[in-house]
Write a new protein. Structure first.
Length: 172
């Protein structure tokens, strides 16, 4: 995506979220989205794979339709998790079962790890305590309830992230 198109997308998204169209707010949106687009520009040249011998995928070559599809799927997962947390909070028995769960991961890029960690944390009822690194290749996730459901949910996110980044591998 070219820099101007990137900025226009950001500005359009800002307008939709803001919903305020007076001169001050539109001007602030122009400046803010232009700053974000300029600061994000160097990211288009950052390789996603940590290993030097693997074929490198660059953010500028990421299939944006697959990333958008993942984002829509994640939004649905966040809504479903919100409903589960609301059900737990409104239950007079408050059926929580907090736990820390270790979840192995196949994601091996900085971008993939960041995306997975943020996706887990954005989902209500879970928080990424420690993201996978080169040594552990696992995430430590705190969950409010249902610890046995954490690994399957994280693996579903992981598969979709790998697919979005063009890196789907068989689970071993």
């Amino acid at each position: 995506m070219g820099p101007v198109l990137h900025w226009l997308f950001l500005f359009g998204f800002w307008l939709v979220l803001s919903g305020v169209f007076d001169a001050v707010h539109v001007g602030l949106g122009l400046v803010a989205t232009l700053a974000v687009a300029l600061f994000a520009r160097p990211l288009a040249r950052v390789g996603l794979d940590r290993s030097e011998d693997a074929a490198s995928i660059h953010l500028g070559e990421t299939p944006w339709l697959r990333v958008l599809t993942y984002s829509i799927w994640l939004l649905g997962a966040i809504v479903r998790a919100n409903l589960q947390v609301v059900r737990i909070v409104l239950d007079p028995r408050l059926p929580i079962d907090p736990a820390l769960v270790r979840v192995p991961t196949r994601v091996n890029s900085d971008t993939g790890i960041t995306l997975l960690a943020n996706s887990i944390t954005a989902t209500p009822g879970t928080i990424t305590v420690r993201a996978g690194d080169e040594e552990s290749h696992e995430f430590l996730v705190h969950t409010l309830a249902n610890p046995e459901q954490v690994a399957p949910a994280v693996h579903a996110m992981e598969d979709r992230i790998l697919r979005a980044l063009g890196r789907l591998e068989k689970r071993g």
